[in-house]
Design a protein around this ligand. Sequence first.
Ligand code: HEM
Length: 406
Amino acid sequence: MDLSKLDIPEHVPAELVADFDPWEYIAEARGDAFKRAAGLHDKMPEIFFAPKIGYLPGCWVPSTNELLRRIVMDPATFSSREGTPFAAMLGESWKLIPLEIDPPDHAKYRLLLNKLFNQKAISAMEPDMRRTAKSLIDEVKDQGSCDFNADFSSRFPTLIFLRMMGWPEEHVSKFVGWVNTLIKSQDMQVVYGAVVEIASYLRSVIEARRAQPIDDVTSYVLSCEIDGRPLSDDEVMGICFLIFIGGLDTVTSSLNFHYYHLANNPDIQAALRIDPSLIPNAVEELLRAHGVSNMRRTVTRDVTVGGVQMKEGDFVLISTELANLDSAAFKCPMEVDITRADARKHLSFSTGPHLCIGATLARRELGIALEAWLSSVPEFRVANESEIVVRGGGVFGLENMRIAWD
Ligand code: HEM
């Protein structure tokens, strides 16, 4: 990488500047992407500066679990307010709620949404999740192989999301397409086109439910009040857009990485078939070993962190894979041990005020999917190792995987 062409702030010491883009560097290792991420703990200082990260400008990359925890727990110094570009692309100013709202206002919105994602609400969705997983697997199980992403991992969370929101499930392909464009396209014009379509879809649903509420999430959000007033259309839009982008690709990507690991480790599949009571902890351990989310924070005041001087306006990357693969936090972090006692302490759902509100839903989706696969299909393997592609980004992804069974 030619560092002279990149804009590196003057206060960044030269010895802390990486000469690579961490997302590219990790993704290039394909099937060994997480091994490569773990190696960054030895290769780089505890905090380094990435002069370029994907299409984003340079930012600090803290790598230890301890530092990353400290940063996400301190939203006054590390703000979430400048997050995604979607509203700005449309020339609008709504925020993804509650993700792009800092405390103390954050808690007001979070309180409204808790009801949708608590244990009781998610348990009520469980029979539908089981039916959905089973019917998707039934469609492919006699074929002896499938395109895991197209046939299962993208459709499963999207169908559950559409039913939860109260939107027509015939729109599943449209939604899968939008997620793919938002996450994968490097062409800003194409991303813009998708954002326009999504925003117009959301606006039309919001309008319809405002006119005629039904028993669904959209109508519930429209019925909420904040500071004694109803939510505005922009606020409802920001909430729906966030649930859409927060809850779909994260689950899809996690499923893809988890099944890649399982397909390459038949011993784990066998252990879980023999004792399905291990599944919940196996899900935690698979989540720990495959942190997919990379978030950003903006520094709100000059501050020294881990001996490094950061200035107001700097960006900081919160890499959940680096947090989870730190040997100071997890013993032998590259070993996927489905009986690991402290697996649940992973940071894949982050922590602090923005701790993933969908974590219970995601855990249940992943557990139910695993039960369904293991009980419907015999030992499965990766059928096309050489075609696997790993993508770096805000949500890491693994694509093109076919799995096969006899
Ligand atoms: C394995 C799947 C998932 C992973 C790895 C994941 C990861 C995360 C992470 C790391 C955050 C914190 C972001 C930050 O601090 O900037 C977050 C927040 C959030 N997630 Fe998830 N998520 C998953 C599934 C879901 C699902 C299924 C939903 C909903 C349908 C969801 C909705 C949200 C929302 C609304 C927030 C914002 C919470 C707040 O700001 O208070 N997520 N997620």
